[in-house]
Ligand binder design. Sequence first.
Ligand code: AKG
Ligand code: FE2
Length: 218
Amino acid sequence: MISDTPLLDPAGLTRLVDGLVEHGWCVAEGFIDPALCRALQHELTDLAARDALRDAGIGRGEAHELRRDIRGDAIHWLNRESLPQRQYLSAMNSLQHALNIELYLGLFEFEAHFAHYPPGSFYQKHVDSFRGRANRVVSTVLYLNSDWPDDGGGEMAIFDPSEPGHELTRIRPEAGTFVCFLSETVPHEVLPTRLPRASIAGWFRRNASLNGLVDPAS
Ligand SMILES: O=C(O)CCC(=O)C(=O)O
Ligand SMILES: [Fe+2]
């Protein structure tokens, strides 16, 4: 049973926002209610069984291409179709308010997708937003894998923005662990996973129009 008010504990929210301000990234274990994580994980399993996941590519719009040598996940965009999705999006809405109040970021939209990384897959080191196109401002990842073993692989490595060769930390994709970081500056990588790996990757965006054209959400 998912409670009506799992959402976010105010102290946890403050710690997360403070970490983001201080370091540009932050990790919070147990950030999202375990029952909600399980429900989201079941939904992803069900989407996979119904063939509703699509291989993820890189680049936006016309530049979009499939590059399995760069990223190997299959995705499904959240669209509010289920209660667990709506609850997660509501939690992200609270985070968006906190970020706007504390950091004056002017975030106006959150987009997110389920991601399934099959065994052997990875996502090479990258940043989530190109400088000069300030569309994605803050990146988020929630992991959905309960009892992830030490030798499961699939950690996310975070690198120093001012020294991208220097790894700062590795995060195990354990259910409930939530990571957020500045999209334009923090290089990160998904190391090859040994087991099927489930997550939700999301981005807070600012309105970015280029030559009068509004940048599409996806
Ligand atoms: O799943 C992760 O740990 C990170 C995924 C990621 O970097 C992305 O989708 O841009
Ligand atoms: Fe990323």
